[in-house]
Design a protein around this ligand. Structure first.
Ligand SMILES: [Fe+2]
Length: 483
């Protein structure tokens, strides 16, 4: 197990103070400022660069997250309810070394609400409107969680709804898409590519009286297709999954939707889900070559928001993920400013033939948002990038699983870092040789910047920083599209 090294402090120059900021020593104030609404929408415009941009780093990083934390002056009850916004940083190839854009995704629901001048969806709507929405099975697709780049197209994702297509050149909203999959009603925020298959796999949970897991394949050329539909015992949230070269693996934790509350939007967003540990967690293993031969078995209840990667090892399937004993983090993802108690990076080993699972912690650090060099997704990996956020001690971590080493770059007090996205140094660079890109927000300046670090030397800190002149609120996930 990898243990904490001594903390290393950043040495790069911080931007000048330009706006009032919350106290760096007040976690709640800092959190509330970081989770405020998009202060300014704009198309691509030049961004200020500090340091030296890597020569080969050319392309656009897109980040998605909650963009409007309130509407008509009424705060949302939970980050998952907020209207989505996408921020983008384009490096090289533009009219300036770095360009940035930031736009709120114009969902059909948000457009309706703005035309009506009042909330029409979610827990902020009037109770008669909620009831009417429930009867018509209508909800707002806020597209606020993640992004998919597929066949030159860009989609903003919300796991309970269809993808929302965006114009990658302008971030303008094009509209909802079924990707060509018949009767697509839900699509994960975590599609997973298996590079050797040149295919991205995905799923959606179809809620209702007979809930189903709908599994899809999105080839990098050619049409998307449905692989299978698997009945589920309960209406559950499944936030992420694992994909190897032979199997797709789903961990179905007992985070169960309370249907009557969902239908009538009763209570706040958090109260829509109930943690039922007595139901255990179900492991569902789907062979890609024959998706009808599903293996499923139960284990003790646990929760995982995110998987790093998975691979085959003999007859076993190895999955690295961030594990939690329960679903308490769902409350902490709300708008209260409560600290987010992060999970344990964990190796899970499945034996589908024996229907068993065992697990070991990979480190004693608490972290989230695991990321690898996606060129080897579905095969064995040696390192993992993670973001560690515990209030004022926000850090970027790299786990070297072969050398049993944890390296760490600790941000300044009041800075918050996003998930890191790995970009290879060049197309054919050795595995793990590349850049780690993280969007960092500073309470001191109320601005956000893209930090670019050498992924193998996180402890050295950013080689370059690219500054927006405003806050980019919390983003969950992103994707880098090479130019
Ligand atoms: Fe996620």
């Amino acid at each position: 197990m990898v243990r904490h090294p001594a903390r290393m402090l950043p040495t790069a120059t911080a931007p000048s103070i330009s706006e009032p900021s919350p106290s760096l020593h007040d976690d709640r104030a800092t959190h509330l400022a970081y989770t405020s609404s998009v202060p300014r929408e704009h198309g691509f415009e030049p961004l200020r660069v500090e340091g030296r941009l890597p020569d080969g780093l050319r392309g656009t990083l897109y980040r998605n997250g909650p963009g409007l934390w309130d509407l008509f002056g009424r705060p949302y009850s939970h980050s998952f309810e907020c209207d989505g916004a996408v921020a983008a940083v384009r490096l090289g190839g533009g009219s300036a070394p770095a360009l940035g854009a930031h736009r709120v995704t114009q969902s059909e629901g948000l457009r309706e609400e703005r035309a009506a001048g009042r909330p029409l969806y979610g827990s902020n709507a009037a109770w008669r409107t909620r009831l009417w929405n429930g009867l018509r099975l209508r909800a707002k697709n806020t597209a606020n969680t993640a992004l998919l780049s597929w066949q030159g197209r860009l989609f903003a994702l919300l796991e309970a709804a269809r993808p929302t297509e965006l114009d990658p050149a302008t971030l303008d909203t094009i509209g909802p898409s079924d990707l060509g999959i018949e009767k697509l009603v839900a699509f994960t925020a975590h599609p997973r590519a298996v590079a050797s298959h040149r295919t991205t796999y995905s799923y959606g949970v179809e809620l209702g009286p007979r809930p189903k897991l709908d599994v899809h394949a999105l080839p990098w050329t050619g049409p998307a297709r449905r692989l299978t539909r698997i009945p589920l015992a309960h209406n559950v949230m499944i936030h992420d999954f694992a994909a190897t070269e032979r199997h797709l693996v789903f961990f179905v934790g007992p985070a169960e939707l309370v249907i009557w509350r969902a239908l009538f939007a009763a209570g706040d967003f958090r109260s829509l889900f109930e943690w039922r540990p007595e139901h255990g967690s179900e492991v569902i293993v789907v062979p890609i070559a024959d998706p009808t031969r599903v293996v499923r078995f139960s284990v003790d209840a646990f929760w995982s928001w995110h998987v790093a990667n998975a691979f085959e090892r003999g007859g076993e399937i190895v999955v690295d993920l961030v594990r939690y004993d329960d679903f308490a983090t769902m409350d902490q993802l709300g708008a209260s400013g409560a600290p987010f108690e992060q999970g344990v990076p964990t190796r899970v080993v499945l034996d589908p033939a024996r229907r068993t699972m065992r697990r070991d912690a990979l480190t004693d650090a608490r972290a989230e948002f695991p990321m690898i060099d996606l060129r080897i997704a579905g095969t064995s990996h040696r390192t993992m990038l993670l973001a560690s956020d515990s209030g004022r001690r926000n850090a970027l971590l790299r786990l070297d699983l072969e050398r049993d080493r944890l390296s760490r770059f600790e941000l300044e007090p009041g800075e918050r870092a996003s998930e890191m996205v790995f970009v290879p140094r060049e197309k054919n660079a050795p595995i793990d040789d590349g850049w780690a890109l993280s969007m960092v927000w500073s309470a001191r300046t109320s601005t956000s910047h893209l930090a670019i670090l050498d992924a193998s030397r996180l402890e050295d800190g950013p080689v370059a920083r690219v500054f927006f002149d405003h806050t980019v609120p919390l983003t969950f996930h992103g994707v880098f599209v090479p130019s």
